[in-house]
Design a protein around this ligand. Structure first.
Ligand code: SAM
Length: 273
């Protein structure tokens, strides 16, 4: 898959930051946290976490060279004290093999890009020290009009020849909240809470929703189409969304996100190595 486009991703940065604001309002940080940020992207949230743990250390892990290049540029602008407490690594977080290294595992809008969430959350559990906490957010908007429409369109001719089997990351990889509650308990987490929150984003028109999705859920479709067909696919999707939302003007785009919290018990049970 081609690399991420940080500029496009940041076009709606304030909307995309809303779930992080929610997490940070709840996540009380001590002065010496050891934090890992899985799928840190361009690193703004990694840095914010470091600011909030005054003598702590935060490592951001991301597999996208383009996103990580921006994160490293951001790190270079920090004052030396903060800079030495922030680290970025180019790596696939599925290879996370840490053993009781972190007091916090944080991940915002990243885990939906990988499958096998039992393995992913078991690795997160192992990476936590006793008493360590996990705060994860993933988009779970697969049944909203935009994602439903792109999937239906891809299943129809002429697109189906190329795109028939393509699914959005949330649709393919994200489980229902109730299943995460069982899975996290099974792994050994305590103080588990799994809940949805629906964010409401004012948009100028349905074309803005397509623009919002182009850097994330739509990537899977566009990356498989020849570049010459991108504008036709986007025009057709925009036309269908105007019909589905019933407007060519301003409206509110709703976006459901799933929050997962848990803590590794001080005396561990469950998955022990
Ligand atoms: C939607 S962006 C979120 C970035 C950042 N967490 C934020 O909230 O702005 C998803 C990020 O996850 C990263 N990612 C996806 N799969 C990954 C993997 N297997 N290993 C490491 N990073 C991954 C992507 O490169 C991308 O930067």
């Amino acid at each position: 898959m081609p690399d991420w486009n940080p500029e496009l991703y940041h076009r709606f940065a304030s909307y995309r930051a809303e779930p992080v604001t929610m997490i940070l309002a709840r996540l009380q940080l001590g002065p010496r946290e050891e934090i890992v940020d899985l799928g840190c992207g361009t690193g703004e949230h990694t840095v914010e976490l470091a600011r909030r743990t005054v003598n702590g250390h935060v490592v951001g892990i991301d597999s996208s060279p383009a996103m990580l290049e921006r994160a490293i540029k951001l790190r270079n602008t920090l004052d030396p004290e903060l800079r030495q407490r922030v680290e970025f690594r180019l790596a696939d977080f599925r290879t996370l093999n840490a053993d009781r290294e972190y007091t916090i595992v944080f991940s915002n809008a990243a885990l939906q890009w990988v499958s096998d969430h039992r393995a992913a959350f078991a690795a997160i559990f192992r990476a936590l020290r006793e008493g360590g906490r996990m705060a994860v957010q993933m988009p779970a908007n697969e049944n909203e009009t935009a994602q439903l429409t792109m999937r239906r369109m891809a299943a129809e001719p002429p697109w189906s020849a190329t795109l028939g089997a393509v699914r959005t990351p949330s649709d393919e990889n994200v489980l229902p909240a109730a299943e995460y509650a069982c899975l996290l308990h099974d792994i050994g987490f305590e103080q588990v809470s799994c809940f949805y929150h629906i964010f409401r984003h004012p948009m100028a028109n349905p074309a803005e929703v397509v623009e919002f999705c182009r850097s994330t859920s739509l990537r899977r479709f566009l990356d498989r189409l020849p570049a010459a067909q991108h504008s036709e696919f986007i025009s057709e999707l925009t036309r269908r969304l105007e019909g589905a939302y019933g407007t060519t003007g301003p409206f509110t785009f709703t976006f459901r996100r799933l929050f997962l919290w848990g803590r590794r018990p001080v005396t561990t049970r469950g998955l022990e190595s």
